[in-house]
Design a protein around this ligand. Structure first.
Ligand code: SF4
Length: 415
């Protein structure tokens, strides 16, 4: 059969890469400008966004080297037994595509993943080769994120980190039992062993650079991972627990959550429906609570209902506040930063502004209102110079009072 054209393969392999999460942006409505009508299509293939270590949002060409795979993970469209159309790039083709997208100013870097062909080592060698050619032969200074293969030789993973800004290994499922059932060719021990190896290389390289300026960098943007949500019976509490172990044990920069999406010819062991996208969003919010708001993993788990699932209609910070009402109201003029960060609707920036301005004057409710989206939702949880909620915090119907109406959601990170 004739090899599909480069453009056809780009279509196949960019589409296949969309299941890899590299940024936390949720989906948007699709608009096409095909047919010459309108500009600014949101259906362009293969470009995604990620955050650089300095906080810039950068566009990446996001593709797979190949969607052939010798493994048979039930949840994956590229698994061996799937009926999907297959394609494959050579390392040189990926290099040429990256450079031509880069020169046209479409992208600032590359996100490269792959199915496993022939063997884990063979595939990893090819991924490394792409990054090597880009860096060594073209002096490419753009961002490179390489998905690495935990079953590959540690020496190859170490090479990947010398060329890539970020390396990642997918942990895939929140529990070992889920992994055994849905990804029978993978092993939790191997995945975590590879993550530990990368962590060791990152720490060593940082240490060496402190002593010798010329020491090589190793994955300066760190390592990340991805967990599939909703393919097995793991609860949100399980997922939060797993994420916190991963952050603690492997110093990960990010854990990405990817809502399981039903795939064509899906295996019978998978659920028929995808979980609501809002579940993925709530997990990202809980992740923020741990990383930026000082919540311990156990506290985020306490925000979950009795079945271990975070409520979908309110964000986890509000859910926690409603359960632990005795911690409120918080005085905006006296409370420490940690207590202010617990007030639903007050983001990190708003708390910073409160701390800065209360040095000069006593804050009234309207001063706080200027820093938030909806002061009505905050009233039960705070005290200001001219405001004290009295019995509001104890009301049995408080949840109904502060839960966002369908259209106007209380923004956890509004600041
Ligand atoms: S190894 Fe990766 S590409 Fe292959 S089936 Fe599993 S998840 Fe899919």
């Amino acid at each position: 059969m004739a090899q599909p054209s480069l453009l056809e393969r780009l279509g196949i392999l960019a589409d296949a890469a969309k299941y890899d999460a590299s940024c936390a942006s949720s989906g948007t409505a699709k608009r096409t400008s095909k047919g010459g009508k309108g500009i600014g299509s949101t259906e362009g293939m293969g470009i995604c966004h990620a955050y650089a270590p300095d906080g810039r949002c950068i566009s990446l060409l996001k593709i797979l080297l190949t969607n052939h795979c010798i493994f048979d993970c039930h949840y994956c469209i590229n698994r061996k037994s799937s009926n999907v159309r297959r394609a494959r790039f050579t390392p040189q083709e990926v290099v040429d595509l990256t450079l031509s997208f880069y020169r046209r100013n479409y992208i600032e870097g590359l996100f490269l993943s792959s199915g496993i062909v022939k063997s884990s080592n063979h595939t990893m060698e090819q991924l490394v080769e792409v990054a090597r050619i880009l860096r060594e032969e073209h002096d490419f200074r753009g961002y490179i994120h390489l998905k690495t293969i935990p079953e590959a030789d540690p020496g190859l993973l170490a090479q990947a980190g010398l060329y890539a800004d970020r390396v990642s290994i997918n942990v895939e499922l929140p529990t070992d039992a889920g992994l055994t059932r849905l990804a029978p060719d993978k092993s939790a021990r191997q995945i975590e062993g590879a993550m530990a190896g990368l962590k060791g290389e990152i720490v060593e390289a940082k240490d060496a650079r402190k002593r010798f300026k010329s020491a090589p960098r190793f994955a300066p943007a760190g390592q990340s991972t991805q967990m599939i949500v909703g393919a097995d019976a793991a609860t949100d509490a399980d997922i939060v627990g797993k994420a916190s172990t991963l952050y603690g044990d492997f110093a990960l920069r990010r854990v990405y959550y990817s809502a399981f999406s039903p795939i064509p010819d899906a295996s019978a062991v998978l659920p028929l429906k995808r979980p609501p996208l809002i579940r993925e969003h709530r997990l990202y919010q809980s992740d923020w609570l741990m990383r930026f708001y000082g919540y311990a993993p156990g506290e985020v788990q306490q925000a979950a209902d009795a079945d271990g699932m975070l409520p979908l209609d309110i964000d986890p910070k509000l859910a926690w506040a409603l359960k632990f009402r005795e911690r409120f109201p918080v005085d905006v003029n006296r409370a420490p930063r940690e207590a202010l960060l617990r007030v639903p609707g007050l983001g990190v920036r708003a708390v910073g502004a409160i701390l800065a301005s209360r040095r000069h004057r006593t804050l009234r409710l309207e001063d706080v209102a200027r820093l938030t989206v909806s002061i009505a939702k905050l009233r039960p949880f705070l005290i200001a110079a001219d405001w004290r909620p009295v019995s509001l915090t104890d009301r049995a119907d408080l949840r109904a009072l502060v839960a966002p109406r369908k259209q106007s959601q209380l923004e956890l990170f509004a600041a």
